[in-house]
Design a protein around this ligand. Structure first.
Ligand code: GLU
Length: 420
């Protein structure tokens, strides 16, 4: 992988910059620069043809000083240990930005889940969680969905873990279906959070009296729900894309109809009354808000100069490279960084874990109002930090988060004077 595009080096560099700005002591920097624990497993599965296959799986716990490690599981053919390390570090910062009592972790299996039968996928998911079971727990490390995984997979994992423990342990995994201890709002939580940060950004940029035009890259769970919620609020969705292609209609696209079309024909492309465009072109269409909701490294130094949007809301993790960040800064485009923008998912995961621990479940309205409060507070804390330090929103969010994590580490490791 191209050095510049290695998401681990990029995330580590961003962490390094925040640690330097804060003037952290060398020991704390050394500790936060690398994950606390890295687990690699070989997951053995009997395939439908009767043969055994083995898949490489990872779980990285970057930090647990503010609470149990927390983060999703990614099933993707391109997943590497470096990706998982980067995403785990990002989770430590994400939970700190929204100030929920968790650390950061991430897991993954190098597999294309679309190439497995349902039975094979179930066997893989169950075996993987059993392999991890000595290292995870409701007070240790709590997995959740990410790219390529979903509530059904979380249900299988909860079941496998519970059978092994001899009793139902719903809090071991979040992002479960409602029927097995999931939370209201969890399915669309990331998007509810993204939308909340967009509304805050529009207010701060004095753009709240326009009818914003939105382009969404990626039409999976996060991308679809962002488009749907914004459309319902009166925003105009002018372009959407998925792995099959991209479409553009300056008059507006109805996301629910586009989704129905995708479910029938596997892609949004060829959705009526829209012009098919190149997926790269989607990032450069004339719009006010651009939501990258797909994968890493989508906005780089090549396309950053051509972006028309004034706000970029990072629903995906790490979609903008550091080189692109510089160009977007110069062009006064506000980037709402991943660690703030898409933190709604893990925030509702926290609510789900709390509800599981108490066996007491909250209403949709309760969950969404608590979520919005947290997202609004986090946005405003990051915004204030960006004004105070005269840095962009990404650096401000990183500084705020790293400070919270570093304070926890140092309080635990510095011997208090009164006991000397
Ligand atoms: N995978 C999501 C993220 O990147 C959610 C993690 C969680 O809920 O633990 O934030």
């Amino acid at each position: 992988m191209d050095k510049e595009r290695n998401v681990w080096l990029m995330t580590q560099q961003r962490m390094e910059n925040a640690m330097d700005t804060l003037g952290l002591k060398p020991g704390i920097k050394k500790y936060l620069r690398e994950p606390r624990k890295t687990i690699e497993v070989s997951v053995r599965v009997q395939m439908d043809d009767g043969e055994i296959d083995v898949f490489k799986g990872y779980r990285v716990q970057h930090n647990s000083d503010r609470g149990p490690a927390k983060g999703g599981l990614r099933f993707s053919p391109t997943v590497t240990l470096d990706d998982v390390k980067a995403l785990a570090m990002l989770m430590s910062l994400k939970t700190a930005v929204v100030d929920i009592p968790f650390g950061g972790a991430k897991g993954g299996i190098t597999v294309n889940p679309k190439e497995l039968s349902v039975r094979e996928l179930e066997a893989l998911s169950r075996q993987y969680i059993l392999e991890l079971s000595p290292n995870i727990g409701i007070d240790t490390d709590i997995p959740a969905p990410d790219v390529g995984t979903n509530p059904q997979i979380m249900a299988w994992m909860t079941d496998a873990y519970s059978i092994q423990k001899g009793h139902f342990v719903p809090g071991i995994v979040t992002g479960k279906p409602l029927e097995v201890g999931g939370s209201q709002v969890r399915d669309e939580a990331t998007s509810v959070g993204v939308v909340s940060t967009i509304i805050s950004a529009l207010k701060h940029m004095d753009m709240d009296d326009i009818e914003p035009r939105v382009a969404v890259q990626g039409f999976g769970n996060a991308g679809f729900h962002c488009a749907r919620i914004l459309h319902d609020m009166g925003f105009r969705i002018v372009a959407v894309s998925d792995t099959g292609g991209a479409i553009y209609n300056p008059e507006g696209i109805n996301p629910k109809k586009a989704r129905a079309h995708k479910l029938k024909s596997r892609s949004v492309c060829e959705f009526p009354k829209c012009r098919p465009i190149d997926p790269r072109e989607l990032l450069e269409v004339d719009c006010d808000i651009l939501i990258p909701a797909a994968l890493e490294n989508q906005i780089d130094e090549d396309n950053a100069p051509d972006i028309k949007a004034r706000i970029i809301a990072e629903a995906a993790n790490a979609p903008v490279t550091p080189e692109a960040d510089k160009i977007l800064d110069q062009r006064n485009i506000m980037v709402i960084p991943d660690l703030l923008c898409n933190a709604g998912g893990v925030t509702v995961s926290y609510f789900e874990w709390l509800q599981n621990r108490q066996s007491y479940y909250w209403s949709y309205r309760e969950v969404s109002s608590k979520l919005k409060k947290i997202m609004e507070r986090a946005f405003s804390e990051v915004y204030v930090m960006s004004q105070k330090r005269k840095v962009n929103m990404r650096n401000a969010a990183s500084i705020l988060a790293v400070k919270r994590v570093a304070d926890a580490v140092s309080l635990k490791t510095t011997r208090s004077r009164c006991y000397l």
